[in-house]
Design a protein around this ligand. Sequence first.
Ligand code: SF4
Ligand code: SF4
Length: 465
Amino acid sequence: MVRMSRYAHVFDLEEAVALYHSLRMKPVYLTKEAYEDLQAWLVSPFCNDYDDAPEKIKNEVSELVKYKILNHSEEDDEKVLAFVKSRIPAPAINVCYMITSEQCNLACKYCFLGNNDAKKRSSFVLENMSKETADKALDFFARQIKLSGLDTDENKPAIIFYGGEPLVNYDVLVYIAGKINDLRNTDSSLRNTEMSMVSNGLLLTKERALKLKELGVSIAISVDGFTEKANGMRVDVAGNNVFNKILQTLDMCKEIGIDVSLSVTLSEETIKNTKDILNLVDNYGVKSFGFNIMMSDENFIIPQEYNEAAAKFIIEEFVELRKKGIYEDRIMRKLKAFTKSQVYFSDCAATGGGQIVIAPNGQVGICHGCLHNKQYFVTTVDDVQFDATKHKDFIEWSQLTPINKEECQDCSALGICGGGCPINAMHLKKGNTIHDLDERFCTHSKVTLDFLIKDLYRIIKEGKA
Ligand code: SF4
Ligand code: SF4
């Protein structure tokens, strides 16, 4: 008998219906009439095979078969799932979060690293990364890239200077960037390395900005909107708002012609006003963006309504920003997967099995969200035998994709989701582990898929008009 796949989902577009297989990821748009005919046929006794379809929906049925939305049995579904699972990447390192310092000059109220919490803050390592550790860290990273076997022309290695606040240890940051540029000529694994820095911008002077540009380190500044109110959670240790100082940094970068990207944490205040971000773009000629959804933990509880509002905000901003030729990272990654009909396995390099984090004292871990307690920090830069591709924790993390989760199998967003952040999942409820769902992210994934399916329909319709 012909049946709807377990992975088929129906989207009501008012004048039409979209049928969509969450792993094959090609929506098929039907008129309401054709959808009703399809439903009638599927419950009739005359649907033993695809050829039995009534003449008037034969074309539609053939599309639905092509995109696996109709099939014959559970076994057909299992085959699709097995194929997708066979594509889950094994650990292969090409991203390194280089924590030049765990110390931060701010204490943002939503900080997922724990700078908003005196106990966690006191557990951060005081000493900054030394040049000696930095040397070993680069050797360690280069070794992991080689062991990964990746083609570094296609999978360019990335070093992300992070903290704490990376500029707290500016000298070593410059030392590492300079050394990478020297090594490009002699070490093929590092030849294509891209470097970036995520900073709160307060310690960025004109000289430093120009030096970073010369070294090829791109700069991302964290700012949460265009008003002091929207940046109300971005405070120093004494609780003072630092928005005006960030604006001074942005002004300075604009004046000396340095492009910055923005890392915007979506506070509840930020998402109240969609114009705020557009003002930032217009004023500072910003060309790239990343939105961060706030995470809950025991000190910072986020109301349920926030997730939905943040997801909608990201979509609204995406629509406005693309008119200006600017694309927000988070949606772009999902959009690419959707357009290419390729399952998006993980939403961060840590769950993709591609990332190492190197702490200032040389400890090596998987995720910078664990800096405060060094959970999943499994070795040190002195370990010349270490091979992340064979380490059990790296293998475990590389398998955290929703594709492997039973509770995700009936979700329409399965193919574009990536699963969000396991650290957030772990903090959501007592007893949770990295294997639980990042429920905050579910809302974002589902709202995004709904948008992508409707947006594609609009584009097809306009094309036909
Ligand atoms: S697990 Fe979460 S905190 Fe860690 S790298 Fe991924 S998204 Fe970031
Ligand atoms: S994590 Fe949530 S949104 Fe993602 S596939 Fe699972 S249930 Fe769906």
